[in-house]
Ligand binder design. Sequence first.
Ligand SMILES: Nc1ncnc2c1ncn2[C@@H]1O[C@H](COP(=O)(O)OP(=O)(O)OP(=O)(O)O)[C@@H](O)[C@H]1O
Ligand SMILES: [Mg+2]
Length: 213
Amino acid sequence: MALIIGVVSQKGGVGKSTVARLIAREYADNELNVLIADLDLSQSTSFAWNGRRLENDLEPAIAVQQFRKVDAVLKLQDNYDVIVFDGAPHATRQTLEIARHANMIVIPTGTSLDDLIPTVQLAHELRKNSVPVKKIGVLFSRVGNSQVEMDEAAEYIQMAGYQLLSGAIPERTAYRRASDAGKAATETTHASTNERADEVVQAVINHVEKLLS
Ligand SMILES: Nc1ncnc2c1ncn2[C@@H]1O[C@H](COP(=O)(O)OP(=O)(O)OP(=O)(O)O)[C@@H](O)[C@H]1O
Ligand SMILES: [Mg+2]
């Protein structure tokens, strides 16, 4: 049975696909057989990214498939060590379905109230639907340089009752350039951006390990 991680958000463009690929790449780098289930059929972001990854012959290889339904992904649970769901935005019903089956749910979010409010709303919705709070990890993505803004956003998440994963992915051109070349956020051309992404993905992996232990 595969370990299942769902990367979801209500809002679009917060970094779900970027984070899903980062997590998948890290597990694949540890010799695990990983599938990204791309549920965003209208954009196929991760599927197209993998096309570029294959064209550029990058290692480790990661399987990416497109799916219309969560059920179809679950049928493949015995074929993989890890399945990472790259969720579509504005897909509450499907997000709930992913959350019911996932070992962990990662919600990437920006630090403005425009982002934080829908993030907490989604987390509340998950909780209302019997998803244990401990399974939910909020992850700061596309953040700016203000520590004050980060601290206030962290307080907002914690006051709402949710766990904030340590680290944050900053907004950097290097991540977009990496993605354009079929690379994950730990495969940029700058050590500093790779390190920031690595800290975040290690926090996800540690959280999953704690949940499983
Ligand atoms: N940390 C970052 N720094 C700079 N650009 C980023 C960063 N994270 C993501 N991006 C860029 O922002 C855009 C949206 O990112 P991404 O596709 O990961 O978000 P998403 O939540 O999956 O979006 P959607 O809701 O449309 O599926 C992409 O162009 C991506 O390359
Ligand atoms: Mg996406």
